[in-house]
Design a protein around this ligand. Structure first.
Ligand SMILES: [Zn+2]
Length: 423
C-alpha cells in the first residue's frame, strides 16, 4: 500500500443509505477512495465495531465558548435572548486576537473530540480593540486555530452594518462588528486568498436586522456564486414583529420575495415559521440550521419540526454559543423539544427509518455537509473520513442491532464513544 493509504474495517457502519455490515473503507491522505460492504477482513485493516460518520457543525460563534455557563443568573425581571446579548456584547468587546486564537483552539479541539467533522464559523468580531482599519487579524486567528487543531472550517465573515432593523446605526457595543460593503468584499477576498487546506470561505449576512436589501444584492453580485450563503433568521418573536412593522412581511417571506433562494442558502435558526414559509424553505432546498442546546438555553422557542419534516425540509445542527459541545446532545434536545410540545414520543423518524437516532444522524450529516461546502457528507468516495466509534458501556444492555446502539448513544449514557480522524 502507498504510504498515506489506509484501510479501515467496520463491523457495522452508517453509510448515507443506511447501516451496512462488514464495511471496508480505503483512504488516501484521509480522503475516501472506496467503500465496500459485505466483505472479508484484510490483515492490514484497522478494525472497529460500530461506527457513525462525524457530524458537521453548521453554526458556531467560537468566542462565545468563553461565556458558557456564565450567564445563568437573573439580571432582569424578565431575562431573555436580549439581556443575554448584552452580556455577550461585553465579552465581544474584551477579546483580542491572541485570546480569540486560544479560545478557538481549545473549542475546536473539543469539537473534534466530541465527534464533529468540521465547523461553520459565523464570525463578526472583525475590528481590533482600537477599532483600527484592520478587519482581517481576528478572522485569521480563527482560521489559524482551526488549521492548527485539524478541524476543517467554513469561514463565514459576516456583513454587519446596522444596529437593528430599519437601518439603525450600530451602537457602541457593536462597533467592532461594523463593515461597509466595500470593506466586506475586500475582507472576503483576502480571507479566500489566505485560507488553509480543508478550509473554504462562504458569504454571510448577520440577519435582516443588520443589513439592507441593496447591500445583499451588491455582495451577492460581487462574490462567487458557488459558495454557501448563511444568515440568521426568525430566531426571536421580537424580530418577526419588527420585520412585520418595517417590511410589512415576516423575515423568511421577505427574503424569499426578494431573492432566488436555492440550495446555497443556509437559514440559521428559522425558529418561528408559518406554514407558507415552511413550504418555501423546503421547496428551495435551502438548509435550516437548528442549534437546539443554544436555542433552549436562550429561550428562543420550538422549531416546527414535524411540519418541516412532512415537507422534506433539509436541516443541520450547530453548537452556536457552545453552551455544550456534543452532537448527540443537540439531537436529543431537538427530539425532546418535539416530544414535550406534542406530548408524543419518537417524532424525528419516518416509516422507512423508525429509529430516531439513525434518522436524525443521517439527516443532520447530509444537511451539515451542504451548509458547509466541505467534503464532510459521510462515508462516500471523495469525502474526508472522520468517524465516531460506539460501544456499549453497560453489562446489562446488549444491542442486537447497530440502530439500537446509536439510539443508546443519542438518548442514554450507556454507550461509550470515541472520535477518530484519519490523516
Ligand atoms: Zn448565531
Amino acid at each position: 500500500m502507498l504510504n498515506d493509504m489506509k484501510s479501515h474495517y467496520f463491523e457495522h457502519a452508517l453509510l448515507p443509505d443506511g447501516w451496512r455490515q462488514r464495511v471496508r473503507v480505503v483512504t488516501q491522505a484521509g480522503v475516501i477512495e472506496s467503500v465496500e460492504s459485505g466483505i472479508e477482513l484484510h490483515t492490514e485493516d484497522e478494525c472497529y465495531d460500530v461506527v457513525v460518520p462525524a457530524m458537521p457543525n453548521a453554526h458556531s460563534h467560537v468566542f462565545q465558548r468563553a461565556m458558557a455557563g456564565l450567564s445563568e443568573f437573573k439580571t432582569n425581571k424578565q431575562d431573555s435572548f436580549w439581556s443575554w446579548r448584552t452580556l455577550m456584547y461585553r465579552l465581544a468587546n474584551e477579546i483580542d486576537r491572541e485570546q480569540i486564537y486560544e479560545i478557538a483552539r481549545s473549542c475546536y479541539q473539543q469539537m473534534l473530540d466530541a465527534g464533529y467533522a468540521s465547523v461553520c464559523e459565523f464570525h463578526y468580531v472583525h475590528r481590533d480593540l482600537e477599532l483600527s482599519t484592520d478587519t482581517m487579524s481576528m478572522s485569521k486567528a480563527v482560521m489559524q486555530a482551526a488549521y492548527d487543531v485539524g478541524l476543517p472550517l467554513t469561514m463565514l465573515p459576516v456583513l454587519y452594518a446596522y444596529g437593528s432593523i430599519g437601518e439603525q446605526p450600530l451602537n457602541d457595543q457593536q462597533r467592532r462588528f461594523g463593515l461597509t460593503v466595500e470593506e466586506y468584499v475586500s475582507l472576503w477576498q483576502q480571507l479566500d486568498s489566505v485560507k488553509y487546506r480543508e478550509q473554504c470561505v462562504g458569504i454571510c449576512f448577520h440577519s435582516l436586522r443588520a443589513v439592507n436589501y441593496e447591500m445583499m444584492v451588491q455582495v451577492l453580485k460581487r462574490l462567487p456564486n458557488d459558495v454557501p450563503v448563511h444568515i440568521h433568521i426568525a430566531e426571536q418573536q421580537a424580530e418577526i414583529d419588527q420585520s412585520l412593522k418595517f417590511y410589512g412581511q415576516r423575515p423568511v417571506a421577505w427574503l424569499y420575495d426578494q431573492f432566488d433562494i436555492d440550495d446555497r442558502w443556509v437559514l440559521v435558526h428559522a425558529t418561528h415559521l408559518v406554514e407558507e414559509e415552511i413550504k418555501m424553505i423546503s421547496q428551495s432546498q435551502a438548509v435550516v440550521v437548528l442549534c437546539p442546546l443554544t436555542e433552549a438555553n436562550l429561550g428562543d422557542g420550538i422549531f416546527p419540526m414535524e411540519k418541516f419534516m412532512s415537507q422534506r425540509g433539509q436541516w443541520a445542527i450547530g453548537s452556536d454559543s457552545h453552551i455544550q459541545i456534543c452532537p448527540a446532545e443537540e439531537l436529543k434536545t431537538l427530539e425532546y423539544s418535539q416530544r414535550l410540545s406534542r406530548q408524543q414520543r419518537n417524532i424525528c423518524c419516518d416509516e422507512s427509518q423508525p429509529h430516531v437516532g439513525t434518522w436524525m444522524w443521517l439527516q443532520a450529516v447530509l444537511g451539515g455537509a451542504q451548509a458547509s461546502g466541505l467534503p464532510v457528507s459521510g462515508m462516500l468516495p471523495g469525502q474526508k473520513l472522520s468517524f465516531i466509534t460506539l460501544n456499549s458501556d453497560s453489562s446489562v444492555i446488549e444491542f442486537d442491532r447497530p440502530e439500537q446502539c446509536l439510539d443508546g448513544y443519542v438518548f442514554s449514557d450507556c454507550v461509550k464513544s470515541q472520535s477518530i480522524q484519519i490523516k
